[in-house]
Design a protein around this ligand. Structure first.
Ligand code: PEP
Ligand code: MG
Length: 455
């Protein structure tokens, strides 16, 4: 049995197709004639490659690289594909044509399983199917704990085609519309009208529920070839997110004008990624005021109350959460990046996957501080990183006082079920217990102990 990080899906059984790195650009050639229940094994996959998997009868994939909060893992969760990442040596031990059982929950991979293993996993599959039926009954319910704490549970999307997944799962809004795909899946910049159409389409589908559009977060691992981003030695610390937008106000203004125009047809908010200073926020607000003036002059309708929010995902912004909370209309905590920047541990690097953890005390303290600052100012605060659907962390976020959570559509119902079965009183004392803990291992076992007692 091989092991890695189970990042999504269920338990699937299938036949392997193994693709070397050099074969990936020609993936179509190798996957065109694959049969049902194919499991792809490869050293690494880019998000761009992985998106193509939807066209083939692939039920799961395994890579040597990748971490739990990498964009590849996020995509796998969105597509509801079973995925195990960071399996060392998977390319050495598995051949095309091998039969495998892939467990996307525990992160296990059984190659050419015997009868006992197959029977064991079939039993587990049945149990998961039963659980799923239970979970589906939460589609129409509100999100409230047993002790009456209400919050808004929304969905993260990165393509207009995902909106239906949020609606189907009873999402109470779109808490994070990642817009990089709008740019990355084509060869030139989308026009204002093209973007406007997409946002209006989302508004129609969401029927008045909130849609939070994150402006283009170019850079980092989001390479958009035609933008001619300069090669950087450290792209994650480079011209990313708002830094790029302020350098290319033409691209930024086009996107924001499209959002403002769409706001006449639904409830929109604008969310700004990767801020590290208040000055960036003020500069953006100036650009947005100019857009509003232009729309006013032209008599183009838009929502005059449209809220502008800041994503807190750098330690710099976290430490200034008190000031951001005074100037922003809402705050959304991007725990994926906040974790990588706080610990200085790349979110996609499997070599240091043991260091990258949302349970790091510095990460949890940051989240707590940001939420405290927002509550003090009466500003809505959300968590939109992958941690938002971590069942073990949920009680903590509720005790901190979070207002909104935004999670992958495939996790909405499960998260609602977990919140509905939770009583915050069972976690009295947890915050104090965490106060003196200084490592990932200690915080995790402390949280585990509270969960064990609450059951
Ligand atoms: C985050 O950083 O937590 C986040 C939600 O943004 P992304 O994963 O797109 O970087
Ligand atoms: Mg981010």
């Amino acid at each position: 049995m091989l092991s890695g990080m189970g990042v999504s899906g269920k338990i699937v059984m299938g036949t392997v197709i193994r693709l070397e790195r050099e074969q990936l650009p020609d993936m179509e050639k190798y996957l065109a004639n694959t049969g049902d229940n194919t499991i792809l094994i490869s050293p690494d996959l880019t998000v761009k490659d992985a998106i193509k998997l939807e066209q083939y009868p692939i039920v799961g994939f395994v890579t040597e690289k990748g971490g739990f909060n990498s964009h590849l893992a996020i995509l796998a969760r969105k597509l509801d594909l079973t995925a195990v990442l960071g399996v060392p040596g998977c390319m050495d031990f598995i051949a095309t044509g091998d039969h495998v059982i892939l467990d996307g929950i525990e992160g296990n991979l059984v190659v050419n399983p015997g009868k006992n293993a197959v029977e064991h996993y079939i039993k587990l599959q049945r149990k998961l199917e039963e659980d799923q039926k239970q979970i589906n009954s939460y589609a129409e319910k509100e999100t409230v704990t047993l002790d009456g704490y209400h919050l808004t549970l929304m969905g993260n999307i990165d393509d207009i085609s995902d909106v239906k997944r949020v609606v189907k799962s009873g999402g109470e809004g779109i808490g994070l519309f990642r817009t990089e795909n709008l740019y990355a899946k084509r060869g030139n910049l989308p026009t204002e009208d093209e973007q406007y159409e997409i946002y209006v389409q989302a508004a129609r589908a969401m029927k008045g529920k909130t849609i939070i559009i994150r402006t283009l977060d170019a850079g980092g691992d989001h390479r958009i070839p035609y933008l001619d981003l300069e090669a950087e030695e450290n792209p994650f610390l480079g011209c990313r997110g708002i830094r790029f937008s302020l350098k290319r106000p033409d691209i930024f203004k086009t996107q924001c004008r499209a959002i403002f125009r769409a706001s006449a047809h639904g409830t929109f908010r604008i969310l700004l990624p990767m801020l590290s200073s208040l000055m960036e926020f003020r500069r953006v607000k100036n650009v947005l005021s100019l857009i509003k003036e232009e729309l006013d002059v032209l008599g183009i309708p838009y929502d005059k109350q449209l809220k502008i929010g800041v994503m807190i995902e750098t330690p710099a912004a976290a430490w200034m959460a008190d000031l951001f909370a005074k100037e922003a209309d809402f705050i959304s905590i991007g725990t994926n990046d906040l974790t990588q920047y706080t610990i200085a541990a790349d979110r996609g690097n499997k070599q240091i996957a043991n260091l990258y953890s949302n349970y790091h005390p510095a990460v949890l303290r940051s989240i707590q501080y940001i939420i405290q600052c927002c509550r003090k100012e009466g500003v809505t605060v959300a968590i939109c990183g992958e941690a938002a659907s971590d069942s073990k962390l949920l009680p903590l976020f509720l005790l901190y006082g979070v207002d909104e959570l935004s999670v992958s559509p495939s996790r909405i119902l499960r998260t609602r079920q977990q919140i509905s079965e939770m009583n915050r009183e069972n976690f009295n004392g947890l915050l104090t217990a965490l106060d003196n803990l200084g490592s990932i291992e200690e915080t995790e076992s402390c949280i585990d102990a509270f969960h064990a007692l609450s059951n």
